[in-house]
Design a protein around this ligand. Structure first.
Ligand code: AMP
Length: 634
């Protein structure tokens, strides 16, 4: 839900930031206007050319088939994304190049070359096969951010199993729902994750979550602390499985349209939706943007600060960088732990050239001031990119000055996308001037627009409307797992176009500003959470009769959650009850979904049809006129 005040504030922002000449001068996407124009005039030729850079076991017959709202890319083509991410490099000089550099919060470092990574993936892929897992089977991955997490994903892809990574910050209810919805045959879980020096007991959560998951036949445990004897009966040890499996495992020949993964994300209902991405088009599009938007070159070091639990981690920690043969740094834990300068230390130590981070991380760094940044040499950095939530101009300016050396060495930009789009759609490229508060322009292949409720384009500059996509590109998701109608609905809410659920506006020069969600989806620290999910978690507490949640602006996390709760007769609202409810949500969904505030109320405002009016609650909370808040759902 978006407030008019947010828009007005951003519109007043001026102070453009041009790209440093040494950055724009070497950009791979040197002619944005020309390339963009071609990508929309001849999308099939454009994407076929991008696909030709990669390996296909069989070339496609047809580039694109569009039977609204369904579509297919590279029809008849056969490939495997894991083959492209690994095997393709093994016959080249990249064979012994660092593919992944993993850092633990305690300073541990592990480097995987392409050859070594391929070997480990093959071993694990053979291990999965030996457990009876094969093409089309669903495998849920509940792993800390580790090389073993990435290896699990790649091994599934290699044998054609469909992985579904569940963020290791989610808890029992979320994990169970996802295992059940995907009807997963196997679960790969870690025993613990580490964050801010604390251990997160993933195995304990997994043990509870698997109860009642009838489809599950196998549980594989990656042990960091547990002893082998601690495994439960029937569980398989990750390392033992590796050790007994061979290093040769030919990649399964996959149809371009075969599912690669399911990634659950929040929508407007209480049930998360399983967004499905495929081997062929997803590989082509994410790889294209890695080279053309992130502008990563062969000798660069790339650092993506997301997690494999999110789409950003799928596309830009694991798949696209490996398909491109790049070197990627990734790190478990918080960006300000064990000390406030660890972010800068990593840039200096590894000579990081391109970073993909989130505004929340930038705001966190900003809180510590510029002193930690000044202690390190950050000159290797060329391109600092952010996505996941609105990048507020204050954070942009601060980072530009203190992390990018005011443009002496790096450019700083925003980009917009979502789980469904697989890769970026709007962004400021390496040759473009950054406009604070604005994301940038449509990226090649993305036909974006802003429309009103009836789907009429809004041509007038700086006038807010719904952000839509007019045509699917190769890396766009194909369906919602087990619920094709829910997928179709995203193309039919506003007829003929895909509704992103966001509110945006466009200035006279074609720069888009994405202000926030138009629906009841919250964005806490860049993580998407459905109001309805948090509400159903609250209502599942035995003493709660009804609940509504809203997002409240927050200086660090963008938005925090406030819950309004009506208790059952006989129950009393108290501090203890608040604590109890917070613990309950944490247990059901995980720490990111916990309301930071809870207010007890004898009743909730409703429409005549009984729908809770979150908009009214939000307006009251923020002291606004309810007309100042937009929701798509009314
Ligand atoms: P997710 O699917 O979890 O990646 O979340 C996608 C949502 O995050 C989008 O629909 C937006 O609401 C928000 N988002 C992502 N990137 C940006 C951005 N650059 N500016 C504003 N909002 C963003």
């Amino acid at each position: 839900m978006v407030q008019q005040g947010q828009i007005d504030h951003l519109l007043q922002e001026a102070g453009e930031i041009p790209p440093p000449p040494h950055v724009s001068g070497q950009a791979t996407l040197s002619d944005y206007d020309g390339v963009y124009a071609r990508s929309v005039a001849d999308p099939e030729g454009f994407w076929a050319e991008a696909a030709d850079e990669l390996h296909w076991f069989r070339r496609w017959d047809d580039v694109f088939q569009w039977e609204y709202p369904n579509f297919r890319w590279f029809v008849g083509g056969q490939t495997n994304i894991a083959y492209n991410a690994l095997d393709r490099h093994l016959t080249t000089e990249r064979r012994n190049k660092a593919a992944l550099i993993w850092l633990g919060e305690d300073g541990t470092e592990q480097v995987y070359t392409y050859a070594r990574l391929a070997q480990q993936v093959n071993r694990f892929a053979n291990g999965l096969k030996s457990l009876g897992i094969g093409k089309g089977d669903r495998v849920v991955i509940y792993m800390p951010l580790t090389p073993e997490g990435a290896i699990s994903m790649l091994a599934c892809a290699r044998i054609g199993a469909i992985h579904s990574v569940v963020y290791a910050g989610f808890s029992v209810g979320s994990l169970r729902d996802r295992i059940q919805d995907a009807e997963a045959k196997a679960l790969i879980t870690g025993d613990v994750g580490y964050r801010r020096g604390n251990r997160v007991d993933l195995k304990g959560i997994a043990d509870e979550a698997v109860e009642g998951c009838d489809s599950l036949e196998r549980v594989i445990v990656f042990r960091r602390e547990l002893a082998l004897e601690d495994l439960r009966e029937g569980e398989t040890d990750f390392d033992a499985l590796m050790a007994r499996s061979g290093i040769d495992c030919p990649a399964e020949v996959m149809d371009a349209e075969d599912p690669l993964y399911i990634l659950y994300t929040s929508g407007t209902t209480g049930k998360p939706k399983g967004v499905v991405h495929v081997h062929g088009g997803y590989m082509v599009g994410t790889h294209y943007h890695f080279k053309n938007f992130w502008d990563v070159k062969d000798n660069d070091v790339f650092w993506c600060m997301s997690d494999i639990g999110w789409v950003v981690g799928h596309s830009y920690i694991v798949y696209a960088p490996l398909v491109a043969g790049a070197t990627t740094v990734f790190r478990e834990g918080a960006p300000d732990f064990p000390h406030s300068a660890v972010f800068y230390e990593v840039i200096e130590k590894y000579g990081v050239n391109v970073i993909f981070t989130a505004p929340t991380a930038v705001r966190m760094l900003m809180r510590y001031g510029e002193e930690p940044a000044s202690r390190y040499n950050l000159r290797s950095l060329r391109f600092l990119t952010c996505a996941g939530e609105p990048l507020n101009p204050e954070a942009l300016r601060w980072a530009y000055e203190h992390i990018c050396g005011s443009g002496e060495w790096a450019h700083m930009v925003d980009n917009w996308w979502q789980t469904e789009t697989g890769g970026p759609c709007l962004g400021t490229t390496a040759t473009m001037t950054t406009r604070p508060g604005r994301v940038g322009k449509p990226l090649p292949g993305a036909v974006m627009d802003i429309v009103d409720r009836e789907g009429q384009p809004i041509e007038e500059p700086d006038k807010g409307g719904f952000l839509v996509i007019r045509r699917p590109f190769p890396h766009f998701s194909r369906t919602v797992w087990g619920d094709p109608d829910r997928y179709a609905d995203t193309w039919q809410q506003i007829p003929g176009v895909y509704s992103s659920g966001d509110v945006a506006l466009r200035d006279a020069d074609g720069y888009y500003m994405v202000v926030g969600r138009a629906d009841d989806v919250l964005n806490v620290a860049g993580h998407r959470i459905g109001s309805a999910e948090v509400e159903s978690a609250l209502v599942s507490h035995p003493e709660v009769a009804e609940a509504a949640v809203i997002g409240k602006p927050d200086a660090l996390r963008g938005e925090v959650i406030k819950g309004f709760v009506t208790l059952r007769m006989g129950s009393e609202g108290s501090d203890r009850m608040i604590n109890d409810l917070q613990l309950h949500v944490r247990r059901e969904l995980g720490p990111i979904a916990v309301p930071s505030e809870i207010e007890f109320t004898p009743m909730l405002p409703k429409t005549r049809s009984g729908k809770i009016m979150r908009r009214l609650l939000k307006a009251q909370e923020l002291g606004l006129d309810p007309g100042d808040i937009t929701t798509l759902e009314e």
